[in-house]
Design a protein around this ligand. Structure first.
Ligand code: C2E
Ligand code: MG
Ligand code: MG
Length: 286
C-alpha cells in the first residue's frame, strides 16, 4: 500500500507519454448471480510499461489538480460507454475528493449525463468516507445526488463514518473495503465481525451493501451468509476491457456462479458485432 501511494519521480513523464483508458469490473448480485453493473477503473496505457494502475498516478494527478480534467474525461467516457449496454446495467464511477473539494464534481457529473443522454438513475458516483466530513465536499455531493444519480461510499470500514451521516446524505450503497473481505476465512473473527456489522448497520439505515475484493468461493459464501447484497472481486471477474465488458453486458441471461473456480471457468458466447463506439479524446491540461 505504501508503495502504491508514493509518487514515482518519473510519474509526469509516464503520464505525458501515455493515454488514459478505462477498464470495467462487474458488480454481481449475491442472490441471483446476475450482473448488476460495472465499476469504471482508470488505467494509463503506456507504450513501454503497458497498462499502469491508478495507485501510482492518482497521488500525482490529485496533487497538481489534473484529476479535475481527467475526472471529467472518465465520467464522459464511462457514461458514453454505458449507453451501449442494456438499460438495467449500472455504471459506477469514482470521484476524487479533490473534485468535490473544489466544488466541480457536480458540474462534471451533470455535463456527462447531459452529453451522453444516459438516464442519471443508471449512474452511481463512488466517493470515500472523507467526502462525508468536509462541508464543501458534502455540498457538492448533495448537488450530485440531486441530479438523480445513486451515491456509493467506497472502502467502508477504514475510517468509520457514522451511518446516520450516510443516511442523511442519501447514500444508496456502501462498499465494504477489500482489506476486510479479502481475509474472510473462518478463523478471521475480527474481519467477519466488521463485515457482519457493516451489513447490518447499512441495512438498518436502508443502505445496500457491496463486498469488494471477493477472491474465493469461500469468501463469496461468507458474504452471502452475512446478507451482503452484491460483490465485486477477482473470483467473479477482474476489471475487463471495454470490448469484453460490452460483450458480457449484452449476454442475455448470463449469471455468475458462486462455486468452483469462478471467473477462470466462466465461458460466455458473446456477439462480437456490437456497434463501434466513438470515444472522446482526453485533452490534457495545458
Ligand atoms: P476502488 O474504487 O476501491 O476500486 C477497487 C480496486 O480493487 C481496483 O483497483 C480493483 O482493480 C481492485 N480489485 C478488484 N477486485 C479485487 C480483488 O479481488 N482483489 C484485489 N486485491 N483487488 C481487487 P485499481 O483499479 O488499482 O484502483 C485503485 C483505486 O484507484 C480505486 O479503488 C479508486 O479509489 C481509484 N480509482 C480508480 N479509478 C479511478 C477514477 O477514475 N477516478 C478516481 N478519482 N479514482 C479512481
Ligand atoms: Mg470504487
Ligand atoms: Mg474500494
Amino acid at each position: 500500500m505504501a508503495n502504491e501511494t508514493r509518487i514515482r519521480p518519473d510519474t509526469e513523464s509516464l503520464i505525458l507519454s501515455g493515454e488514459p483508458e478505462l477498464e470495467y469490473q462487474p458488480v454481481v448480485d449475491l442472490t441471483s448471480g446476475r450482473l448488476l453493473g460495472f465499476e469504471a477503473l482508470l488505467r494509463w496505457r503506456h507504450p513501454d510499461e503497458g497498462l499502469i494502475l491508478p495507485g501510482l498516478l492518482l497521488p500525482w494527478l490529485e496533487a497538481n489538480g489534473d484529476i479535475v480534467q481527467l475526472g471529467e474525461w472518465v465520467l464522459m467516457e464511462g457514461c458514453q460507454q454505458a449507453t451501449h449496454w442494456p438499460q438495467n446495467i449500472q455504471l459506477a464511477v469514482n470521484l476524487s475528493l479533490v473534485q468535490l473539494r473544489r466544488g466541480v464534481g457536480s458540474r462534471a457529473v451533470s455535463e456527462a449525463i447531459a452529453r451522453s443522454g444516459i438516464d442519471p438513475g443508471r449512474v452511481t458516483i463512488e466517493v470515500t468516507e472523507h467526502a462525508m466530513v468536509e462541508e464543501v465536499a458534502m455540498n457538492d455531493l448533495r448537488t450530485i445526488g440531486a441530479l438523480g444519480v445513486e451515491l456509493a461510499v467506497d472502502d467502508v470500514g477504514t475510517s468509520w463514518t457514522s451511518f446516520d451521516v450516510l443516511r442523511r446524505m442519501a447514500v444508496n450503497t456502501v462498499k465494504i473495503d477489500r482489506s476486510f473481505v479479502g481475509s474472510l476465512e473462518p478463523q478471521q473473527g475480527i474481519n467477519r465481525l466488521v463485515v457482519e456489522t457493516v451489513v447490518s448497520l447499512a441495512h438498518s439505515a436502508g443502505i445496500s451493501t457491496v463486498a469488494e475484493g471477493v477472491e474465493t468461493s469461500q469468501q463469496a459464501a461468507i458474504v452471502r451468509e452475512f446478507d451482503c447484497d452484491a460483490a465485486q472481486g477477482y473470483f467473479f471477474a477482474p476489471p475487463l476491457s471495454i470490448e469484453l465488458a460490452t460483450e458480457l453486458a449484452n449476454e442475455p441471461g448470463f449469471c455468475f456462479s458462486f462455486e468452483g473456480a469462478g471467473w477462470a471457468e466462466h465461458q460466455f458466447v458473446g456477439s462480437p458485432s456490437h456497434e463501434p463506439i466513438v470515444h472522446e479524446p482526453y485533452h490534457r491540461p495545458a
